[in-house]
Design a protein around this ligand. Structure first.
Ligand code: 6PG
Length: 223
């Protein structure tokens, strides 16, 4: 696997601390973060809203998404809605939010990420099938052509609902810091595959300026 493995009991707390540190160490005033979906992400954002309330000037933060389900932004399955509920509505501010809009296709987001250049932080989760963002096993996005930062994708094996928009591995690699948060026994097999560099587990291909895996003992139990 690429990056540093940190086994920690309190994954949301460790996530919040890493984001606060990244904000403090940012170059210039602006700060960009790409959010993830999933239950682990929700817990991480609820904690970041508390632990980062005073440490982060949210008026300096540009909020992106690493992937999105192709549903209404108000749909309960929307990662934008998750980010709003768990973080943005709680901190009450952001310099800008950049939701992924499937109905526009991938090009506008590709251009936006291209203009941004680098993310300060990209947050990712890990699926039990070894996916991260919406980079699913055997999916077309795994072989995106060079230069593609954002694509439309889906899960050909049918384990994950909805068509998606997602950063590609090249898009993720635009991050100064990639934080992958993994909790629970259900992720132990996927985590072991990633740690072994199993290429059929897409998350084992994640790269970035610095990649850190925050993994609880249950998810690390087969390492
Ligand atoms: C998504 C997420 C996805 C998620 C993992 C882990 O849109 O579904 O981006 O990559 O991070 O599936 O999700 P859990 O934390 O719910 O296990």
């Amino acid at each position: 696997m690429n990056g540093d493995l940190v086994v920690v009991d309190d994954v949301p707390g460790a996530f919040a601390a890493r984001v606060v540190d990244a904000f403090r160490e940012r170059e210039g005033d602006a700060f960009s973060i790409a959010l993830s979906g999933g239950g682990t992400a929700r817990r991480c954002y609820e904690r970041l809203a508390v632990d980062g309330e005073d440490a982060i000037d949210w008026w300096q933060v540009d909020v992106y998404w690493g992937d999105e389900r192709c549903v209404s932004l108000e749909d309960p399955d929307s990662n934008y809605r998750l980010g709003r509920e768990a973080l943005l509505d709680r901190v009450g501010a952001a310099n800008a939010t950049w939701p992924m809009r499937c109905d526009e296709g991938a090009e506008p987001y590709q251009l936006r990420v291209g203009e941004l250049g680098r993310f300060d932080v990209v947050h990712l989760g890990l699926g039990p099938d070894g996916h991260t963002a919406s980079l699913f096993p055997e999916s077309a996005a795994l072989e995106a052509t060079s230069g593609r930062l954002v694509v439309i994708n889906d899960d050909p094996l049918g384990h994950n609902p909805h068509p998606r928009m997602t950063l590609t591995f090249e898009g993720i690699a635009r991050a100064h810091l990639v934080v992958v948060t993994v909790e629970g026994e259900a992720k132990a097999d996927a985590m072991a595959r990633v740690a072994a560099g199993d290429p059929t587990a897409p998350a084992s291909r994640v790269q970035g300026g610095h990649v850190v895996w925050l993994v609880d003992p249950a998810a690390a139990s087969r390492l």
